[in-house]
Write a protein that binds this ligand. Structure first.
Ligand code: HDL
Ligand code: ZN
Length: 416
């Protein structure tokens, strides 16, 4: 394979990054077979909680009155406010425009919403899923799956996941963060758990984790955690984490994904849009990685202020894999900053991004926007190597990009 010359490196990197089929390691998507849990279309895109939060900044409308409206009407209000009365300049607003362009939709002079919806509705769903995955350059996505959610559990029990593009992750938020509220549901599912974590209860929680991780074919377990997350700690969460989750992950040889720093419902009237963030304590990550060297931890943190120490901590522990620019960090300037820092500190040993998509078409803009940034950083670094006389071939770049956007994940979770 020929060595690239400096003049061509940008074009080669851009092509390789454009063509790589990405593994998207954290989303809230569901396969089309899961009925109305599979969200797509403009009403869902426009009522994404990121846009709802931005909508309410321009209106004194009562929160409750808005959420009582049919989704179609909510979408119209968001569209009118953020896309017609003013230009859509935020990342989430730009994302909608990217989706329209990449799907080849024509936006007439009046930017009429019904005309846009008609163009999407004309495409049959199964064809549409293929079209979106192709437009996004995504090979497969990992879902967020919660068997303690009765609606979702019924889909798993009645239908199951038949689409190999959708991998499962066993989500643990109710179990770890709201055990007192959810242990009754575990009882309903046949697990003999009580309010107090005695040995029988801990054993039954382990049985739940093992049985459902297998039922879902989960590639990892995951939990989001507040800024004040602490382990070790004399708390229900810490006892279940160390007494059940970590041993079962080790036994099943799957990682535990920790998503740390979310402050839930700081404005409870905003529903999903009401969450915020806070700086967390890296010492709990140091403790888990040090005390459980046989376990693997996928970690993302929500506060910009945690990013440097997280990357440095990954230099200390090979069982720690840093991933994504999560949620409020998934904005171009911050993604650019964090990704550059990770490349400088970790080389190619991290997973730079996930989409967190909740609505199918979000895959298109989240990955289009990220590809531009990673291509820029990689171009700079390969050009630097070339100017120092280090030979770089197209094959080298392809191998590196596949490592970042798929192979690091599959190697870390122990293969497909
Ligand atoms: O807890 C999580 O997985 C977060 O990603 C939340 O779902 C959040 O609402 C979100 O969608 N962020 O992008
Ligand atoms: Zn998420």
């Amino acid at each position: 394979m020929a060595i690239i010359n400096e003049a061509d490196v940008a074009a080669v990197v851009a092509r390789v990054v454009e063509e790589v089929q990405v593994t998207d390691i954290h989303t809230h998507l569901y396969p089309p077979g899961f009925g109305d849990m599979c969200l797509y279309g403009l009403d869902e895109l426009l009522t994404y909680h990121y846009l709802v939060a931005e909508f309410f900044r321009h209106t004194s409308m009562d929160y409750h009155a808005f959420f009582q409206l049919p989704k179609e009407r909510q979408a119209e209000l968001v569209y009118q406010t953020l896309f017609i009365e003013r230009s859509p300049l935020s990342e989430a607003q730009q994302g909608i425009v990217t989706v329209l362009k990449e799907l080849g939709l024509t936006v007439d002079a009046g930017k009429e919403l019904p005309a846009l919806k008609e163009q999407i509705k004309a495409i049959p769903l199964t064809e549409y899923v293929d079209k979106v995955f192709a437009a996004a350059g995504v090979k497969e996505v990992v879902m967020t799956n919660d068997p303690l959610d009765g609606t979702e559990r019924r889909w798993w029990e009645k239908v199951g996941n038949k689409d190999p593009r959708f991998k499962a992750a066993l989500r643990l938020d109710p179990l770890l963060n709201d055990y007192e509220m959810y242990f009754g549901e575990l009882n309903n599912m046949g697990y003999r758990v009580g309010r107090y974590l005695d040995n029988v209860t801990l054993g039954e929680i382990r049985r739940y984790l093992k049985e459902w991780a297998k039922k879902l074919a989960a590639v990892y377990m995951a939990v989001s955690l507040p800024p004040d997350f602490k382990v070790p700690e004399d708390s229900t969460r810490a006892h279940i984490l160390e007494g059940c989750v970590i041993p079962v992950c080790r036994e099943l040889k799957i990682p535990l994904a920790l998503m740390i720093g979310v402050k839930r419902r700081v404005n409870p009237h905003l529903d999903l849009a009401g969450d915020s963030l806070g700086k967390a304590d890296i010492r709990s990550i140091e403790y888990l990685c040090r005390v459980y060297p046989e376990n693997k931890f996928l970690v993302t943190m929500l506060s910009r202020e945690n990013q440097h120490e997280l990357a440095v901590t990954a230099r200390k522990f090979r069982n720690l894999m840093v991933f994504g620019c999560w949620w409020f960090l998934n904005n171009p300037e911050i993604v650019r900053e964090i990704t550059a820092m990770r490349l400088d500190l970790l080389g190619l040993s991290f997973i730079p991004q996930h989409s967190d998509a909740r609505v199918l078409e979000q895959l298109i803009y989240k990955w289009k926007h990220f590809r531009r940034i990673i291509a820029g950083h990689l171009t700079t670094r390969y050009r630097e190597l070339l100017t120092k006389g280090w030979p770089v071939t197209e094959k080298d770049i392809e191998k590196d990009v596949k490592e970042l956007l798929g192979n690091n994940f599959w190697n870390f979770v122990g293969g497909r």
